[in-house]
Write a protein that binds this ligand. Structure first.
Ligand code: ADP
Length: 565
């Protein structure tokens, strides 16, 4: 039973499986593309962060090139010149991370005293060189702007004596390009909470035209323009623009806590994030950029799209399945109902066949007895009674005959006895018989009957013809006559039975040839069972002929039979 059910709903199951498979496929594709979009978005972020940091450095280098230009324009740049120039740059408001812009002269140990005296005289009375004097050369901070606050502490500080600073200065001197130090604690920092800082150096040469080789550059070095900046303040506004990622920047090429320059979100735990590391070259110094994203990265719509597809896909698949299963169920019901109706019909036909057979036998013997009785010596009154009984027996006999014919047609057992006969004879006999039975109407043959020999079952054709004539009389009460006309066509002959009776409504014209059909609006005056035209049409069709009706309701009908010659 269960297997039968599954078989029955198999198409619906196939559709369900196909739709679900498609849904899963769409979900997978959408997930892939969401993941791809997420990746693309991330790559885009990464590029923008990298270029933001690099561009910031390009700007800084550019500022320093301007400063160097000032020295190349004149041999004697005073502290005042420096102040005017730097004030003009208005750096504090544009790049808040920069602590100041300074110039440090490159001097030999022997020149220290002379240099200090010169500055004390021309610039700053308290000028002191702060150096352990461990190298042959010094780079004391000479001019610094803004010349105030923490920067005052820096004046005179010999940067060359500090290894980290010296390494960057040497790099700048030897390459002729800007060089960034590794992480340092700026001199400007106080004891409390000192922050990682950097110095970006740009070499200034005495003869800028002749600094082709390293040797030239070393020989010609005059000093350095540079600025100190705090990593955090510079990187802060970069990270402000990309808040959906976690940015960390390390000094050097490796992730080491002590080299951490910047962390955009101190609270975030790296373990929940996907980290990407990129090496940046910042003015010759490697920085490691680490960018982390958590599961929330990417817009909500992108992430929810696959889930929406999956949910709707499943709902639609199930709905489709239910719809198709319902259609199948309904179809099966209809089929079963049809089968049952057919079975009932068969049973009915079977019953009609058997019943009419059973009726026919006793009726035949009654008829025989009545005929015997009719021939015996009877009083006039009794003869009339017997005659009435006889005509009713005939009617009953005809009715049973019709019932038997219907059941034969239904079971495909209507046998035709085909033989040649004269058409004229068949028509005249039927007309005479009917005229004999019904005196109410005159049956008029209005055209000559052609002399034709037909090869057909004469009795069956007579039966059909009689039926049309009887109907014409029956359904034209009060009319004086029924006309019969015959037209011979090329290879057919058409027999028309024309009455001027009640006619047939257009919508019923096809149905009159159906089994047991009777027009609904017929008054009970017209008795009948709706078998005559069904039998007639079957007889004509079996002769490869055509039966039909032309009619106008209330005006009369013309039933016709067309037979092939
Ligand atoms: P019956 O006459 O026993 O009802 P038929 O099969 O001979 O059965 O006819 C079927 C139906 O066709 C009739 O009930 C009637 O409604 C319609 N019909 C047949 N002949 C005519 C006619 N000449 N004029 C009008 N209606 C007719």
């Amino acid at each position: 039973m269960r297997i039968k059910q599954v078989n029955r709903y198999f198409p619906a199951l196939i559709v369900l499986i196909a739709l679900l498979a498609f849904t899963v496929f769409a979900f997978y594709q959408a997930s892939l593309s969401a993941e791809e979009r997420r990746e693309r978005l991330f790559e885009n972020r990464l590029e923008r962060i990298k270029s933001s940091v690099s561009l910031r450095m390009v700007d800084y280098v550019q500022i320093l090139k301007g400063c160097r230009g000032l020295f190349y324009g004149s041999d004697s740049i005073t502290a005042r010149d420096w102040k005017i120039y730097v004030d003009n740059l208005n750096i504090e408001s544009v790049y808040p991370g920069i602590q100041g812009i300074a110039y440090a002269q490159f001097i030999s140990k022997q020149d220290t005293q002379r240099f200090a005296d010169h500055l004390r005289k021309n610039f700053y009375a308290d000028f002191q060189i702060k150096s352990p004097f461990k190298n042959d050369f010094l780079t004391p901070i000479t001019y610094i702007e803004p010349f105030s606050g923490r920067n005052l502490r820096a004046v005179g500080f010999d940067m060359y004596s500090d290894d980290t600073r010296r390494e960057a200065m040497d790099r700048a001197m030897n390459t002729g390009m800007a060089a960034l130090t590794k992480k340092v604690i700026l001199v400007q920092e106080t004891e409390t909470n000192p922050q990682p800082g950097f110095l970006l150096y740009m070499p200034v040469y005495r003869n800028p035209e002749s600094v082709e080789s390293i040797e030239d550059r070393k020989r010609n070095i005059k000093g350095f323009v540079y600025f100190p900046f705090r990593a955090k303040e510079i990187l802060h506004d970069v990270s402000e623009r990309f808040k959906d990622v976690h940015i960390k920047i390390y000094d050097g090429e490796h992730i080491e806590q002590e080299n951490l320059l910047f962390d955009s979100d101190h609270a975030a735990a790296d373990s929940d994030e996907t980290l990407t590391q990129n090496l940046l070259n910042i003015a010759g110094t490697p920085w490691l950029l680490s960018v982390g994203v958590d599961d929330e990265f990417g817009s909500d719509i992108e992430k929810s799209q696959p889930i929406i597809i999956l949910t709707f896909g499943i709902i639609l698949s199930v709905l489709f399945f239910m719809m198709i299963a319902n259609i199948i169920k309904r179809n099966n019901q209809i089929r079963e109902e049809l089968l049952m109706t057919k079975e009932l019909d068969n049973k009915k036909d079977e019953f009609i066949g058997i019943a009419s057979h059973e009726l026919k036998t006793p009726l035949t013997s009654i008829k025989a007895y009545m005929q015997l009785l009719e021939r015996s010596d009877l009083s006039e009154q009794h003869r009339k009674l017997v005659s009435k009984a006889n005509s009713n027996i005939t009617k009953l006999n005809n009715l049973i005959g019709d019932l038997l014919d219907v059941s034969k047609i239904q079971s495909g057992h209507l046998v035709l006895n085909v033989a040649p006969f004269e058409l004229k004879k068949m028509i005249l006999e039927s007309v005479e018989n009917v005229q004999h039975m019904y005196s109410s109407h005159e049956l008029l043959i209005t055209t000559p009957i052609p002399d034709l020999i037909l090869n057909a079952d004469i009795l069956r054709l007579e039966q059909a013809m009689t039926n049309l004539l009887v109907n014409a009389i029956k359904y034209s009460p009060g009319a004086p006559a029924v006309q019969i006309s015959i037209n011979q066509l090329e290879d057919t002959v058409r027999i028309n039975v024309i009455d001027s009776g009640i006619g047939i409504a257009p919508e019923n014209r096809e149905k009159v040839f159906d089994r047991f059909y009777r027009a609904k609006e017929l008054s009970p005056v017209f008795s009948g069972l709706g078998m005559g035209l069904f039998i007639s049409s079957e007889i004509v069709k079996r002769h490869n002929g055509e039966i039909g009706v032309e009619s106008e309701a209330g005006k009369g009908s013309t039933f016709y039979i067309i037979l092939p010659l």
